[in-house]
Design a protein around this ligand. Structure first.
Ligand code: ZN
Length: 475
């Protein structure tokens, strides 16, 4: 993600304290006896994100959006495996729920707060069992709030579901934490005058009277916050480069000059994706692309296979480098806990500076020296630890800039060849999976053949600027 103004997101911290009670620790029960799944996966930044006892492998989302009323209605069918014997389990959904079934049998449900959907199946679910859960819902997503966020982005002509770290519960029933990735099959029904753009590749479009239903399938596992749909009037272009399909879309509700500029910018998607692949290894997914919206999200976001940009922004190649760089670092290799967000943002920001130095700009090392010097006196800046920045600071400047400085300093210390081998190995070994800061440090040590704990402590954790030494990559 890149925010136009990095000032937001503080409300999220406050909201944490307003939620009703902390999730109970997993109850001690006799082995094998069914028990309730926890209401969160255990991420301290957002304790109610995701849920315990379930592992979702596939989502089928069938949504309909009515611009006149602002009502979103639909069903989500989740295929999930019980990771414990379950008497009950939760999903995350803010919309009012009409019905829930588990393996075809009606299930009892309630919503103890706005976010948790608590489901009690007619019979307990055995540990290891795979079940289909169908949730039907209808309501107005606009104005629904969770964790201080009101993420619904729509006007009378266009809707785009884009946000981080939370977006899913506004439009489908989810196990809403990046720890649980799944494949997606997304259909959206809207006016036949509109197009639908989503993740992966389009499969079909069916027109019935004044409505059209468009289906997209994403075959590669995806974190729930990266799933999206856009419904609007779009100019859509499909091209192919080296066998990789690229689908770009520009809102026709932008002014003609903005449309033309956005189209010119997005047409560089294939070229930039190919450049990134030469630097950090094969592109991880089945398609690439991008979407320029006429709405004003205030940020661009790396939705999997199809980043979304404010309409006036994709003319910046650096922004495309950032969001497409996330396809490797963030989307394919994803954090397990939000505290590790620098593994997304630091990497995408480093790739911007690497693009700059290979396209006529100053070297990334020059950028590192200048930035390090310019930040010397900024005490608060260095107090943001990149291994635990805090929920309200996951999009703060140090997460991006100090994170990118860490990578360039590592590159200077261990050499460019070893450094890019670290990035490529990280992307390859953890493709479509997860990674932690500790795992990244151990990989860097393995490739470099030396201890780097002091280096990473100085760059990621210490509440002061790293000393200007060779070991810190500054000489
Ligand atoms: Zn980003």
């Amino acid at each position: 993600m890149i925010r136009r103004s990095a000032a937001a997101a503080l409300a999220a911290v406050l909201a944490l304290t307003l939620l009703p009670g902390a999730p109970a620790p997993a109850a001690q029960v006799a082995a094998g006896a069914p028990s309730p799944g926890a209401p969160g996966v255990g991420d301290p930044y957002w304790p109610f994100d995701g849920n315990g006892g379930i592992d979702v492998t596939h989502y089928v989302v069938r949504d309909r959006y009515d611009f006149a009323t602002g009502v979103l209605s639909g069903t989500t069918t989740l295929t999930l495996r019980a990771t414990q014997a379950l008497s009950r389990f939760d999903l995350d959904l803010l919309l009012p729920v009409r019905a829930v079934s588990v393996n075809g049998a009606a299930a009892r449900f309630d919503k103890p707060d706005g976010h948790e959907l608590r489901i009690t199946p007619a019979r307990p679910v055995a540990r290891g069992a795979v079940v289909d859960v169908v949730v039907s819902y209808a309501g107005r997503p606009a104005g629904l709030r969770y964790a201080g966020e009101d993420t619904w982005l729509a006007d009378g002509r266009e809707v785009v579901t884009m946000n981080q770290p939370h977006m899913a519960p506004w439009w489908f029933a989810a196990n809403d934490h990046p720890q649980d990735k799944a494949t997606f099959d997304i259909s959206v029904t809207g006016p036949a005058t509109h197009q639908v753009v989503s993740n992966g590749l389009p499969v079909s479009r069916t027109v019935s009277g004044s409505l059209a239903t468009t289906r997209w399938v994403a075959r590669d596992p995806m974190a729930t916050y990266l799933a999206f749909f856009a419904l609007g009037r779009y100019a859509v272009e499909r091209t192919e480069r080296g066998g990789l399909p690229s689908i770009i879309a520009v809102s026709r509700d932008l002014g003609p000059l903005d449309q033309a500029a956005a189209l010119r910018g997005l047409r560089r998607t294939g070229e930039i994706t190919a450049w990134l692949a030469r630097r950090v290894g094969p592109y991880p997914f089945e398609s690439t692309g991008g979407l320029a919206t006429s709405l004003d999200p205030g940020f661009a976001l790396e939705n999997q296979t199809r980043p979304t940009y404010p309409g006036t922004s994709p003319r910046s190649a650096l922004l495309l480098v950032h969001e497409l760089g996330h396809q490797w670092f963030g989307d394919s290799v994803t954090l397990r806990r939000w505290r590790d967000i620098w593994l997304h943002e630091g990497f995408a920001t480093f790739l911007e500076h690497h693009w700059t130095e290979t396209h006529g700009g100053p070297s990334a090392q020059t950028w590192l020296r200048r930035t390090w010097a310019a930040r010397q006196a900024a005490r608060g800046y260095w107090r943001t630890s990149l291994v635990d920045p805090g929920a309200g600071r996951i999009f703060s400047a140090p997460v991006y800039e100090r994170g990118a400085m860490t990578l360039q300093a590592l590159r200077h210390r261990i050499g460019s060849r070893a450094f890019f081998r670290v990035l490529r190995t990280w992307a390859r070994e953890r493709r479509l999976g997860h990674g932690t800061t500790g795992q990244f440090r151990r990989l860097a040590e393995r490739v470099a053949g030396e201890q780097l704990d002091g280096f990473f402590r100085a760059w990621l954790v210490a509440p002061r600027p790293p000393a200007q030494t060779r070991r810190n990559g500054l000489r």
